[in-house]
Design a protein around this ligand. Structure first.
Ligand SMILES: [Zn+2]
Length: 412
């Protein structure tokens, strides 16, 4: 897939016609603006012809799946691993600051920079960082595709719909068949994805949701459902065990769940016009009913809900990394009363950490460097390419800032 921008950098429909792209580039009618994803810019005035393109977002605290599609074809697919080191780094920074203060004699507080109460809408830095990363990814896709609609999954299940089954609204047009999928996801969550009979002792990872009474008399209320592993479930049905489970009426608080995803959804609505939400149980239903594999990219494809669309052959695997080491995160910052320079130089033999390089015809990243010029080369998922490759054998492909990218064949 080649992404196309017009003269004023507005995205047009992408193309698969590589012959035409070559011709445009050769004749000087277009220029390459990005190699990953491959994007060209037309230099002449062009007609814009657009179709409906939906961007599906599988938001997550560790991995984000994105998929943009028309009814006929998936146009973009990616999976991005977020940084998870924010909490640790802030804790370290606090420690280092305290240590440094202790090197000093007592001094009066110079300013009052501690707030007694947090403003409403305050989010922890780690959550704020995740939301910003999500927004950045969505913005990146909007730069190369004329997206007309955005759909984001906000939670695994819809607790309001369970508490109040008569609720109605535009999001609830799917009908009754979805209700049991919704309740199932809630019951799994309530039971902490653990078999309520053996509490995980059977080691069976397949979980079922069991009706305590028959479906006809008990219905689909969460109080009549319980999570069992497949082993225990079949033992119940063959009469080998009798369940001793009390039925509770109370709802496990789902409010703390998905704070990030809801906040992200609200932010999206501030930025883009056509934003709607969906739930994990609907995604799961679509995925299973269409025999689609379980990956974040595939979930995003299901969220966009163009299930007739031809899948992209490749998926962009991406990873957010730290831009640089802050000097505050280094131990032994102060010797005597003097600040000492960081020992590790930014550039070793012309290379930085996380540079994308070509080594023996394979694209990989520099994950570690030794001063004498031997580098640890890896793929994004951490798979080692070479633990000590000489810098002489490398060719620099690009210098990423904070987002590493790798093109991979789609699974399944
Ligand atoms: Zn069990």
């Amino acid at each position: 897939m080649v992404y196309v921008l017009d003269k004023s950098n507005k995205p047009l429909m992408p193309t698969n016609r590589h012959g035409k792209v070559k011709h445009l580039l050769r004749s000087g009618k277009a220029v390459v603006v990005s190699r990953e994803p491959f994007t060209i810019k037309l230099v002449y005035n062009s007609e814009s012809y657009t179709q409906e393109i939906t961007l599906g977002i599988d938001a997550g605290s560790k991995t984000v799946g994105l998929s943009a599609s028309t009814e006929k074809e998936e146009l973009y697919s990616s999976e991005t691993v977020l940084r998870t080191d924010i909490v640790k780094l802030l804790a370290e920074r606090l420690q280092y600051r305290k240590t440094r203060r202790n090197h000093l004699r007592y001094r009066k507080p110079r300013f009052d920079n501690r707030k007694a109460t947090k403003k409403p809408g305050w989010l922890a830095p780690s959550i704020r960082h995740k939301i910003d990363s999500h927004l950045k990814l969505v913005e990146n896709v909007h730069k190369i595709l004329p997206i007309t609609k955005v759909i984001v999954e906000v939670a695994a299940f819809d607790i309001q719909k369970i508490k109040n089954p008569n609720i109605s609204g535009t999001e609830y047009q799917q009908g009754d068949q979805f209700d049991s999928w919704n309740v199932r996801e809630y019951v799994l969550f309530r039971d902490k994805h653990t078999c309520q009979h053996c509490l995980g002792k059977s080691k069976d990872k397949v979980l079922n949701v069991h009706h305590l009474e028959s479906r006809k008399t008990g219905g689909n209320a969460p109080s009549d459902l319980v999570t069992l592993c497949k082993t225990c479930h079949s033992k119940v049905h063959t009469g080998k065990i009798v369940l001793n489970i009390k039925r509770g009426k109370s709802f496990r608080d789902a409010a703390f769940m998905g704070i990030m995803r809801w906040a992200f959804y609200n932010k999206l609505k501030e930025t883009y016009t056509n934003v709607s939400l969906t739930y994990g149980y609907i995604t799961k239903y679509v995925r299973i009913n269409n025999g689609i594999e379980k990956t974040h990219a595939a979930d995003a494809y299901c969220i966009a809900n163009n299930v007739e669309a031809k899948r992209q052959e490749h998926v962009y695997m991406q990873k957010f990394v730290r831009h640089s080491n802050r000097s505050l995160h280094k131990a032994n910052l102060i010797k005597g009363s003097r600040r000492i320079a960081s020992k590790a130089p930014t550039i070793v033999k012309g290379y930085r950490l996380f540079d994308k390089v070509l080594y023996k015809n394979q694209e990989c990243f520099i994950f570690g460097r030794r001063e004498r010029g031997f580098f640890d080369l890896r793929l994004l998922d951490g798979v080692k390419v070479n633990g000590a490759a000489s810098y002489k054998k490398l060719k620099l492909i690009n210098i990423p800032r904070t987002l590493l990218k790798e093109r991979k064949k789609q699974v399944g």
